[in-house]
Design a protein around this ligand. Structure first.
Ligand code: PEP
Ligand code: MN
Length: 345
């Protein structure tokens, strides 16, 4: 349930509502909005008796939240969330480009690719800790990889996104990353999600390859219910019977998530496609349907990459992608990711 405060309600009145909710054995989370503040009630298993709340000063009305996820729901927070990191806005009018290798392999590799993607990216991606399907595959450089990522940021000015693989590992990743990635395999790792809820950095949460949109949003709710409101969702392909690509990019997830949630949504076309040939067309499709950004794998020497070389763009292809999405068709969007001039071709 949402307790909607009057436009002129004071902070003390909001706090009185929170205390009353706590007296009921529940939690109240204030959600300040452009026009008014709402207090979201979480923790209830069934309907909430609202007569005491309605009698408090500054309360306008109560409305039910119909979704199982509350804090990430658009019912609770009608305005889209825009995440600001330095000069970069994720969920704003321009798609944000995050690009780099699957894994940090060594300093020279990371710096070479970073200098190349700086052409069009705002964020450098690269795993220092890699959750791999096989225990015998390259597992990442670990802490040494984080040190290299720090150097990349210092030298290029790019922000850094890198993955945390469990609830202890996130401690060190948090110190180096500007955005902490939680991978598809970890979307159901609830101890990691809870710990991410206490992180001081934004979280990019990837959809599991067999997860529904509701399950993705419930995982995001785990993070937000612990206090971290800075969450970016990522569609990276799901498993279907189609076997001509590594996964099937679910483009319908982008408008579907935006309808029910206020969180920004980015697309990873690389892990969806599994082959570099499909990455540019899938990227264009993602932005055309309202994605707030792309997470793309790029490698200067993909044939010798230690992971995911097949799906990594050559630097020239990355430049081609950046040029393609400069077209007004992809750029002229409102903050909800909708094109302002749908007829531009
Ligand atoms: C990655 O981004 O390199 C990665 C491992 O992705 P996913 O978790 O989507 O498989
Ligand atoms: Mn990868």
């Amino acid at each position: 349930m949402l307790v909607i405060m009057k436009n002129d309600a004071t902070e003390a009145q909001v706090q009185a509502v929170v205390r009353e909710i706590e007296n009921m054995g529940l939690r109240g989370v204030p959600m300040p909005g452009a026009q008014r503040t709402a207090v979201c009630i979480i923790g209830n298993q069934g309907p909430v008796e609202d007569s005491r709340l309605l009698s408090l000063e500054g309360v306008k009305e109560t409305i039910p939240v119909t979704k199982p996820y509350k804090l990430v729901s658009r019912e609770t927070h009608p305005q889209p969330t825009v995440i600001t990191i330095g000069d970069i806005k994720i969920g704003g009018e321009r798609p944000v480009i995050m690009a780099g290798p699957c894994a940090v392999e060594n300093e020279e590799q990371a710096l070479t690719i970073a200098r190349l993607v700086k052409y069009g990216a705002q964020v450098f991606r690269g795993g220092a800790f890699k959750p791999r399907t096989s225990p015998y595959s390259f597992q990442g450089l670990g802490n040494e990889g984080l040190r290299i990522l720090k150097k990349v940021r210092e030298e290029t000015g790019l922000l850094i996104i890198t993955e945390a693989i469990d609830h202890t590992n996130i401690e060190i990743v948090e110190q180096y990353a500007d955005i902490i990635q939680i991978g598809a395999r970890n979307m159901h790792n609830y101890s990691l999600l809870r710990r991410a809820g206490h992180a001081s950095k934004p979280i990019l949460l990837k959809r599991g390859f067999a997860a529904t949109i509701d399950e993705l949003l419930m995982s995001a709710e785990y993070i937000m219910s612990e206090g971290n409101t800075q969450i970016i969702l990522c569609e990276r392909g799901i498993r279907t019977f189609s076997d001509n690509t590594r996964n099937t990019l679910d483009l319908s997830a982008i408008p579907a998530i935006k309808e029910v949630s206020h969180l920004p949504v980015v697309v990873d076309p690389s892990h969806a496609a599994g082959r570099r040939e499909y990455v540019i067309p899938l990227s264009k499709g993602a932005i055309a349907v309202g994605a707030d950004g792309l997470l793309v794998e790029v490698h200067h020497d993909p044939h010798h990459a230690l992971s995911d070389g097949m799906q990594s763009l050559y630097p020239e292809q990355f430049a081609e992608l950046i040029e393609a999405i400069k077209h007004p068709y992809y750029q002229d969007r409102d903050v909800a990711g909708r094109r302002r001039k749908p007829n531009v071709t």
